[in-house]
Design a protein around this ligand. Sequence first.
Ligand code: AMP
Length: 456
Amino acid sequence: MNNISFADLNLAPEILRALTESGYTVPTPIQAQAIPLVLEGCDLMAGAQTGTGKTAAFALPMLQKLLPLATPSPSPARHPVRALILVPTRELAIQVEASVKAYAKHSHLRSLVVFGGVDIKTQTPHLRTGVEILVATPGRLLDHIEQKTVQLNQVQMLVLDEADRMLDMGFMPDLKRILALLPKQRQNLMFSATFSNEIKRLSEDFLVNPKLIEVARSNATAENVTQKVYLVGHAEKHALLAQLLRGSDAKQALVFTKTKLTASRIARQLHREGFAADAIHGDKTQLERMQALDAFKQGKITVLIATDVAARGLDIDQLPMVINYEIPSAAEDYVHRIGRTGRAGASGSAISLVAPEEEKYLFEIEKLIKCQIQRATPLPTRPVERAPQAEHHVRIRAPHTSVTKKPVHDAWFNKPYEPSASTRVVAPPPDLPSKPKSPLPALFMRRKVSPSDAED
Ligand code: AMP
């Protein structure tokens, strides 16, 4: 399956050219499986984690199918919305649309992204010029529908991306309203990192005879991500985090917290300790979030602290390290978090700092991913340093600064990271109990509540 090329998938020369320019040489497994089925016109239920290339898996055949309708005409009437891609968050929306645009750059197909948190009036003129492919978060799309700034009566393809997350965030009522407004005759594609019973029910509701494809085992974590847990008290977490960051050979790390407050606090504290750190969460404006993300992507920031909602959909190439400062209470969020590393075949490391009161969540996570995560030996904590800034040399820092490693007490820090086979995902035993219901939906059930409002 993996020996095939993009050309074997019957994609048009203008798409192939864009792929070459994007640096893609061979299709990923999800692309190799999904593209022929979508081109055939099948509905699809695809189990694929972030980082598997799932965006191109639906976007490429979508563009291929829409190409005959592409026109250089400036008339908006010649550019109706023909494909709708619904995603749970703004960041993912921006990212998906950027990919679509890159793949469509040599065609006359137009794409646009609309999401909440910004003035709706800024989006309307762009919608009015006409776009074939619309990427939207559900709430903002409904706003546009209410304001009659978008027509969906010519939609022939619908994609629900990260469907599991959309359900977790309480978007079901919005989705139902949107689905009711679409033409009945259409192709539906659903992508989900996890296959819960709710996802199966949703797929039964809106897919017609779907083909089922799955590139990673359901609810599995990326196999090339090495996972470790440190059992540590809350009070020691910051010192351990700083030690891990200093001792790591990783160039960058994404650190997850449960709340906006903790994210900001850690960012401030790390900053004081000499790290190029910043936080992204729902209290930051869209612009601040984009700036922090850009700085991280460019390597100007080496430690990005994020809440789950803010981090959703982040596409950061070759991120070597994810640290869970606090583990999530919804086990599936763990899968999403560590999906930020080990992308596109690269190896990654996911480290979780688990306080005694968090251990119950750890057990739920292990039940979900069907493996026990290696417990690392707790590190000797160092006394809190009050030394002047200059003494705080860090391994992880912006590329333009000099890299000097501060000696640490434990020789462990000087050793290269050694992945442990025991942390790899093992084959799932049949019929393990499904995960307990996430506490998130109750928080998110209200329509028009920005997902990021509910982070704390
Ligand atoms: P996704 O899972 O869609 O978020 O994609 C993850 C990352 O893989 C993105 O940075 C894509 O640009 C990249 N990618 C997707 N398909 C390919 C491919 N066939 N070859 C190389 N990189 C890819």
